[in-house]
Design a protein around this ligand. Structure first.
Ligand code: ATP
Length: 340
């Protein structure tokens, strides 16, 4: 639904050239929550601003639902932008206007009649959870509430796509989570495609189904969030994954020296919620004991993801049956680290 081809943005100043976005190509499907992650200076902000032409590209093409955004003249672009909402790190609210008036603003610009406008604003205030705060000014709101106004304003004209420019970076962790929950809710309820940029893997883990990693203006790795978490390839991606998972292999060899009986295996949970009770299931069905040694499991949108290192004690036959069961009957991957 969104196709980005060879997109490039070069900034020129002081006779220097900076390629902020460098021949970037990407496809984003309808209904995706697509995250672009990268360190400061990677070109994320420039990239997202190119999508609705807050920034004009040096070359390349952005097509949203069959419409070539890059080729549009001013007037066409103004209309097309009604289909592309955007929220910002610092909210960009009008400080002299109340919550209600901020949300009504894009409707006024689109020429929506007063009564219709009023109904729509009411609906949006309910949707983002701001009922009771309609007459407050931005200065009287918390950061999370300000971003809720930003989201309501971005949704006013029923866009198909929502662009989020570091939308939770100015918020504390708890407020971040509540705003991310709201974005998930909007994605599910309205079928809205969401593209967000961030430098926090937590944000990607919590709400995205697809992710692209950006470095020096280019996408260096992309895929389903779980695949990227499970098998990060580029050093920069590995660092981001470690941000939320830690470096779990650190003291594995020490562990194997200490736990010498039975077999030590590593279980890879790949985001299938059906496996949540695996350990208790194994000890019920087989004559074995499972000893949890180390691990890190985290919850993603699709289920538990992570690794668990366990020692399985019992007869050789029962241990083999257990491993065979996990391999054949579940989606958990087993790696045997020691052999009896
Ligand atoms: N208007 C501009 N004029 C000149 N250079 C710019 C401009 N905007 C961005 N740049 C440069 O382009 C590069 C990418 O910046 P950009 O802000 O897109 O990165 P980012 O990944 O969003 O980082 P941050 O999170 O720090 O904003 C940087 O080297 C930046 O200095």
């Amino acid at each position: 639904m969104i196709s980005i081809k060879d997109l490039t943005k070069v900034f020129r100043f002081d006779q220097k050239e900076i390629k902020a976005v460098d021949h970037l190509s990407l496809t984003i499907e309808d209904g995706d929550i697509f995250g672009v992650i990268g360190y400061s200076g990677a070109g994320k902000s420039t990239f997202i601003r190119l999508l609705n032409r807050l920034e004009d590209p040096t070359s390349g093409q952005v097509t949203i639902q069959g419409k070539n955004i890059t080729a549009m003249k001013k007037n066409e672009l103004r209309i097309a932008r009604q289909d592309i909402g955007m929220i910002f790190q610092h909210f960009n609210l009008l400080w002299s206007r109340t919550v209600r008036e901020n949300i009504a603003f894009p409707l006024e610009i689109a020429g929506v009649p007063a009564k219709e406008r009023e109904d729509r604003v009411k609906e949006l205030i309910e949707l983002v959870g701001l009922a009771g705060r309609e007459n407050a000014y931005p200065s009287q709101l918390s950061g999370g509430q300000k971003q809720r106004v930003g989201i309501a304003r971005a949704l006013a004209n029923n866009p198909k796509v929502l662009l989020c420019d570091e939308a939770t970076s100015a918020l504390d962790p708890e407020t971040t989570d509540s705003i991310l929950d709201l974005l998930i809710d909007i994605n599910e309820r309205l079928g809205l495609t969401i593209i967000l940029i961030t430098h926090e893997m937590h944000v990607i883990k919590k709400i995205c189904n697809r992710v692209a990693v950006m470095e020096k203006g280019k996408i260096v790795e992309q895929g389903d969030v779980l695949d990227v978490f499970l098998k990060p390839k580029q050093p920069v991606t590995k660092k981001f994954v470690e941000q939320v998972m830690g470096d779990s292999d650190g003291d594995l060899s020490q562990l194997l020296d200490v736990y010498t009986s039975g077999r030590v295996v590593r279980l890879h949970f790949v985001g299938d919620s059906a496996n949540q009770a695996l350990i208790s299931q194994l000890s019920k069905e087989f004559e074995i004991e499972v000893n949890i040694l180390q691990g890190k499991i985290t919850q993603t949108k699709l289920g538990a993801y992570g690794t668990l290192v366990v020692q399985i004690n019992g007869s050789d036959r029962e241990i083999n049956n257990t491993i065979q069961f996990i391999t054949e009957k579940t989606t958990v991957e087993v790696e045997v680290l020691t052999h009896a």
